[in-house]
Design a protein around this ligand. Structure first.
Ligand code: F6P
Length: 481
């Protein structure tokens, strides 16, 4: 199969480089070993019409990385506009933050069409296209309009909300009808998939049989593929990172004090205000934890030109400063707050240093930080994961301390519980989680999706996808034992 993977953001392929967002970091290790061509935005724009849209095509593992300069006239409307000011807030159930114009939607469609034209270069007899994420909901339909008949799959890394929320997105019907040009649509959780079913049935009036919907485009299979990580590789990186200068400086600076860690893009879906408020509450309720536990919060700036993100950045900075002012001492800073990104190897070492990992989004498709934190722990003395039940990862990592991020007092109590947890309980919870990470690795995720995609056109309607996926997962796990 000549696989073409498409996403807006791609990884650079250079080890140690900071990577924004889970998608690029998660895909890199699997794409580079698959021989696929990974196509995405170069991060630059170009004026006028282009004969050759590719900025660069370079080797990436056994395959290649091809980046495009997107059209300058449409980039803002596409990325800051429709993708991140209409779709992103809606997908994370924040309809109140939708800000969008008709021009933004036109730009979004233009960029999807532009990408489709560029992809024709990679259309070969044995090609299959795998489109990633909400930036390219309509790319499959554009490819079909250009005559592409090869399999095209789509995976959504974010949640899919209830119909009432998605209906807040202008042109939702047109877009979701366009999505049905994909042969396979993958979701992170059953709930996301169910919500999509609900829309297709109620709004489009289409029947779904055994996970397959038939529309004027043909048949589309809807299925769940929770994305994973490579836990063994991450564990090795974490053990090795202990000697990294940033990690050893952090360790020295702690002076026996314990550490909680949060690592997020600065995004309203991540629940940063609630998390910091919970630490504030904890230090107030348990003065004995002052000076003995601090929080390292890495918050990588993101989408800064969108108003909601600018506002959030100021709010979080102010709250951190208030909390530090209230609880700090001449020789102790409760929250170490950093607005920059770190490469995976350093992050792995930082996770291993922290006794508590706090992953408390209000809504999240999966949240790979939760999985990485678990994988990075020292098996003999593992830390505790405090995890929002509204992250996709909570469906698998149910041995974490699950919290409701809207309940600040409850979250404060659970962080204190994590800090007091016995080594036996920590090990028991950690083993339960690591077992799941190994079965549902990113390699298994990648292989399952492609297996189902290649099967979609051959499989008769009554065959169910879910058992195929589960059966493959357990077969692979058995082989790996
Ligand atoms: O959650 C899906 C995702 O693609 C993540 O990988 C990433 O955090 C985000 O959406 C996209 O972020 P950005 O706008 O920085 O590319």
């Amino acid at each position: 199969m000549n696989l073409v993977v498409v996403s807006n953001r791609v990884a650079s392929g250079r080890a140690n480089e900071p990577m924004t967002g889970g998608l690029a970091a998660a895909l890199l290790p699997v794409v580079e070993n698959s021989g696929a061509i990974w196509v995405g935005s170069s991060g630059h724009v170009r004026e006028g019409s282009q004969k050759e849209p590719f900025a660069e095509i370079e080797a990436l593992g056994t395959g290649a990385l091809a980046t495009l300069d997107l059209p300058a006239a449409h980039y803002g409307g596409y990325y800051e506009g429709f993708a991140n000011s209409a779709l992103w807030p809606a997908l994370h159930s924040r309809s109140d933050l939708i800000r969008v114009s008709l021009e933004d939607y036109s730009s979004y469609r233009e960029v999807n069409a532009f990408m489709a034209r560029a992809l024709l270069r990679f259309k070969k007899p044995d090609a299959a296209f795998w489109v990633q994420d909400y930036h390219f909901l309509a790319l499959g339909a554009e490819l079909r309009d250009l005559g592409v008949r090869e399999p095209i799959g789509f995976f959504l890394h974010t949640p899919w909300p209830s119909s009432a929320v998605i209906e807040g997105v202008p042109h939702h019907r047109e877009l979701i009808e366009a999505m049905l040009a994909y042969d396979l649509i993958g979701f992170q959780t059953e709930e996301d998939c169910e919500n999509f079913h609900g829309y297709v049935r109620a709004e489009l009036g289409l029947e779904i049989h055994d996970g397959v919907v038939t529309s004027h485009h043909g048949r589309t299979r809807l299925a769940v593929f929770p994305i994973g990580i490579d836990p063994e590789k991450f564990a090795q990186a974490a053990a090795k990172a202990v000697s990294h200068p940033d990690v050893s400086r952090l360790r020295r600076s702690l002076n026996g004090e314990r550490l909680a860690i949060g690592v997020d893009r600065l995004d309203y879906s991540k629940g940063l205000i609630n998390r910091i408020s919970a630490f504030d509450r904890m230090w107030t309720a348990h003065p004995s934890l002052s000076r003995t536990v601090s929080l390292l919060q890495i918050a990588t700036p993101s989408r800064g030109s969108i108003e909601a993100y600018g506002t959030l950045q100021s709010e979080v900075a102010k709250l951190v400063s208030d909390v530090n002012g209230r609880h700090g001492e001449v020789d102790w800073t409760p929250i170490r707050y950093l607005n920059k990104g770190y490469g995976q190897p350093v992050l792995a070492g930082l996770y291993r240093t922290a006794q508590v990992g706090v992953v408390t989004p209000l809504h999240d498709g999966m949240n790979l930080v939760a999985k990485e934190y678990v994988a990075a722990q020292n098996p003999l003395d593992p830390g505790v994961l405090v995890l929002s039940s509204f992250a996709g990862a909570a469906k698998e990592l149910d041995a974490a301390l699950l919290i409701n991020p809207h309940d600040i007092d409850g979250m404060a109590r659970q962080i204190a519980v994590a800090l007091k947890m016995s080594i036996e309980e920590r090990r028991e919870r950690w083993h339960a989680m690591v077992r799941k990470l190994k079965v549902a690795s990113v390699q298994a995720w990648f292989a399952h999706f492609l297996h189902v995609l290649s099967d979609v056109r051959r499989t008769p309607l009554q065959a169910a996808t879910r058992p195929i996926v589960l059966e493959l997962a357990s077969r692979r796990a058995a082989n790996n034992r």
